[in-house]
Ligand binder design. Sequence first.
Ligand code: ADP
Length: 720
Amino acid sequence: MSRARVIVLNSALGPLDYRVPHGMAVEPGSIVVAPLGPRQLIGVVWEADRLATEEVGDNRLRNLMAVADAPPIPAPLRRLIEWTADYYLAPLASVLRMALSSTSALEGGKTIIEYRATGEVPGRLTPQREQALDRIGDRQGLIRELAAIADVSDGVIRGLVKVGAIEGVSVDLDTPYPVPDPNFAPPDLSSVQADVASILRQAIGAEAFQPFLLDGVTGSGKTEVYFEAVAAALAAGKQSLVLLPEIALTEPFLKRFHARFGTEPIPWHSGLRQSQRRRAWRAIASGEALVTVGARSSLFLPYPKLGLIVIDEAHETSFKQEEGVHYHARDVAVMRGRFERCPVILASATPAIETRQQVALGRYEELKLPARYGAAEMPAIEAIDLLAEQPPRGRWLAPRLVKAIEATLERKEQALLFLNRRGYAPLTLCRTCGHRFQCPNCTAWMVEHRLIARLACHHCGHTLPTPRACPECDSEDSLVACGPGVERIADEVAALFPEAKTAVVTSDTIWSPAKAAEFVNRMEAGDIDIVVGTQLVTKGYHFPNLTLVGVVDADLGLEGGDLRAAERSFQQICQVAGRAGRGEKPGTVLIQTHSPKAPVMRALVSGDADSFYAAETEARREAGAPPFGRFAAIIVSSEDKDAALETARAVGRAAPQVEAMQVFGPAPAPLAMLRGRHRFRLLVHARRALDVQDVIREWLGALEWPARVRVVVDVDPYNF
Ligand code: ADP
C-alpha cells in the first residue's frame, strides 16, 4: 500500500499526504483528484512511496479519489515548476496551475458541446436577441463565451437556443491536428543564413542544452532561420515551442508558418476558447502536437518531448509577468531548456543588456545576421529637434515630417506614425478651476477615448462618459484635452491629408486575431495610406510598401527615470524603424524629440548601437544594477492605507542585516494605488553572489500578516 505526496491546486496549503487505494496506480507527475475537507480538488503527485507497516492502519490519511485520463507531468517540467517556485518565491500550487492551464482542461470527457447560430430566425426576436445574434455571427463557443462575445447574460443565449436560433454541436477534442511538413516550402537561404541554420540544426541533433542569441537586424531573416531549427526538430519527431511577446503577433506568425510548413502550428494564449484550450492541452501533453506558438504561459505546458524553444523578440518586456507568479519568461525558458536538455534560441534585433552579458560571459553562443535579406537596406534615420522645428500650435507633427508624409503619399507608398499612447488625450483638465480627472482606484489620469466617447483608466479599466462640464466648478466648455494620443494624431492627419486612407492600430481597434488579419490584408492591398499606431504595430509586420516611419514623441519612454528607460526606448524605436523599407524601396525614419543630443537619440541616428550599449552597460555596472547586481521588490498592499503602511514598516523593521544587501523603503510603490489597493514598496538591492531569495524567504516567513494585507515579492522587477 502506498502513500502519495500531492500538491493540490486551489489550496494555499503545501504538499499533502494521501493514501493510494487498492487498484489505483500513481507515479510522480500523475494528475489526481484529491479530497480536501468537503471539496474534491485536482492535484499532482509529487512523490510516491510505500507506506511503512505501522502506517498502513493509520486512518488519518484520506484516499485519493481518481487518476485523470492524462499523461503524468514529465520530470523536467516538475523540476522547472520547483525551480520557478523557488526562484520567484511563489507557492508551488500557483506555478503548477500554469502547467495544468485551467483545471477544466482535465475535467469532462473527450467531447464538449459548443453553440452556434443555426441561420434560422423563427418569428420575431426582441431587439436585444437580434443584436446578440448579429454580434455572434458565425462564431461558436460555450454559452458563456457566446454571451461574452454578444455582451449579454447567459440567459439571453439560452433563450435563443430555446427558440431554435442557436444550436448545440458536439466538438471532438481528440480530432488530430495536421502535422507540419519540414520540407513543404524550404527557402533558399543566403550564405550567412545557411551557416547559422546549420549550427542550429546541429544543436537540435545534439539533444543537449545550448542557449543561442540569434542577433540580427530587423528583416535579416531571423524567423526564416529559426524555422530551419523547427524543421530539424520536426524531422527528428521532437516538439518545438515558439514564444511570442504578444497575442496580436500570433496571426501574422500563423500565416508565415503555414507558408513554410503547409499547416498552422497550435496557438496557446489567453484568448482561446475552452474547447480550443482543452484540445490543444491534450495534444501537447500526448506529444501529438509538434509545434506550439504561444504567449509566456505556454512555457509551463507538459510537452513530453520538447526539442527546441525559441523566444522571438526576446528583449520584449512583455515577457515579464506582472501578476500572479511574477516571472520572466525569457529566464524561465532558458531554465526549461536546461532541464529538457534542448537548445534555446533567443531571437532579437536589439538584445537586452542581460542577454548580451550572458554572451560576454561565454554562456550563450551568439549567431549574427548583420544585414537585411536581399535588396532591402536599413532605413536612413534622422532626428527632428522639436525646439528648432516646432509643429504649429495645437498640432503635433513638425513641418518636416508633414512634408515627408506628403512625398510618401505622392509616391503611392505607405507611412506609419508611431506614438505609444492609446486614446485621444492622456489628460483632461478644467481651464477654469484646474481640476484634473484622476482614476478613483489608481494613481493615474483618466485617458480620453474619443472613439467611444469615454474617459478610461488604463490600469484598472474604470471608465466614465466624457463629461461636458467640470464636476468641481460646473463650468461648461472649460474642459481641455492635454497632450496627444493616437486618436488625436489620426485627427491631425485627417485634417492635413483629407484624401488619404488612415487606420488607427492599437489594442482598442485590433482586439482579435480576425481584426489583425483584416489590418494585414488592407495594408497589403494598399487600402491604407497612413497607419497611426502604438507599439502594437512595431513588431512582426512586414509591409514592403511602407517606406516612412515617423516617431511622434521619442522622449515618451525616457520619462520616469526607470533603470531600463533608455535601453527600452532604443529597442522600441529600432523596432518601429525596422518597419520602414523592408522591400526594395528604401525607407526613412524621422524621430521627433526635444533632446536630440541624448545618447539614445544619437545612437539611433548614427546607428552606433555598440557604443550606446557599452555606455549603458558601464552605468549598470557602476550602479550595481542588473545584470551585475540584483533587485527584488516587496509590495505590501491593502484597501486600508494605514494597514498597508503599518505592515510595510514592520517588514522594514524586520529586515535582516546582511552585508551584501541593502533595503530601501517602504515608500509608495510606482503605482501608489492600483485597483483600489494602496501599495507600498520595499526595494531590496543585493550583490549577485547573495542568495537573496533565501534571505527574503526567511525574513518574510517569520512575520505574521494582518487580514486583508497582501504581500507580493517581485524578484528581478521591471517596474521601478
Ligand atoms: P526578421 O525576423 O529578422 O525580422 P524575417 O525572417 O521576417 O526577418 O525576414 C524578413 C523578410 O525577408 C521576410 O519577408 C522573409 O520572408 C524574407 N526573407 C528572409 N530570408 C529569406 C530567404 N532566404 N528567402 C526568401 N525570403 C527571405
